[in-house]
Design a protein around this ligand. Structure first.
Ligand SMILES: O=C(O)c1cc(=O)[nH]c(=O)n1[C@@H]1O[C@H](COP(=O)(O)O)[C@@H](O)[C@H]1O
Length: 231
């Protein structure tokens, strides 16, 4: 596994464009994430190609279904050779336990993490789905559930990292999207933080998409982020 803290979210509708960027990268600079858009267009072969190129790949399909279906989908993801997979914590403890138990039987299981509260949601969005706690309270609750269910960590925003780090040691992975370098567009993200602040807050890995992929010079954007978090 590489030491890279940045996970580049490859959200493209064009495989050639994605592979052009990937060809300029190496595993010491970043890990790669394949999400619903690219997986739906280009399927497992695209994921396998990135694994073949020796990248740590996070397959971000956010499984959320009955326990048996999710456990089997996680096994299918593991078959692709990915480094990390995720499920929605709101699928509940039984779903998460079944997935974690299924993966634990493998020789080299991928990391299994749970999405808590999407970084595109704020208090108003949470209220609109009937949840009256604050995003931080809800993240904490789901993160505890994920840990008790045997998961390796959670997806949350960097804003919740300091309080999560008080309850979970550094082995519990905090994977944080909603990362915005100073001057970049916020877009649809609500709970955001800059890369250096996120590292100070105790995150394990930062998922960064558009600030890199839509930059005039993606390689320079990634280099600047890596420089900004270098010790
Ligand atoms: O699981 C994820 O990766 C994820 C969870 C979350 O709460 N928020 C979130 O933005 N993501 C993903 O992280 C990436 C963020 O991309 P940018 O907003 O372009 O940096 C996207 O691919 C999202 O699908």
């Amino acid at each position: 596994m590489s030491d890279a803290k940045v996970i580049v979210a490859l959200d493209f509708d064009d495989k050639r464009q994605a592979l052009d960027l990937v060809s300029q990268l190496d595993r010491s600079q970043c890990k790669l994430k394949v999400g619903k858009e690219m997986f739906t267009y280009f399927g497992p072969d695209f994921v396998k190609e990135l694994v073949r190129r020796d990248f740590d790949v996070f397959l971000d399909l956010k499984f959320h279904d009955i326990p048996n279906t999710v456990a089997k989908a996680c096994l299918a993801a593991a078959d692709l050779g990915v480094w990390m997979v995720n499920v929605h914590a709101s699928g509940g403890p039984e779903m998460m336990e079944k997935a974690s138990t299924a993966l634990a039987r493998l020789k080299q299981p991928p990391k299994l993490i749970a999405v808590t509260v999407l970084t595109s949601m704020d208090q108003a969005q949470l209220s609109s789905i009937g949840i009256s706690s604050t995003p931080e309270q809800h993240v904490l609750k789901l993160a505890n559930m994920a840990q008790q269910s045997g998961l390796d960590g959670v997806v949350c925003s960097a804003q919740e990292a300091p309080v999560l780090r008080k309850q979970h040691n550094s082995e519990f992975l905090l994977v944080t999207p909603g990362i915005r370098p100073v001057g970049s567009q916020q877009g649809d993200q609500k709970r955001i933080m800059t890369p250096p602040d996120a590292i100070l807050a105790g995150v394990s890995y930062m998922v960064i998409g558009r600030p890199i992929t839509q930059a005039n010079n993606p390689m320079q954007a990634l280099q600047e982020i890596n420089d900004s978090i270098a010790l």
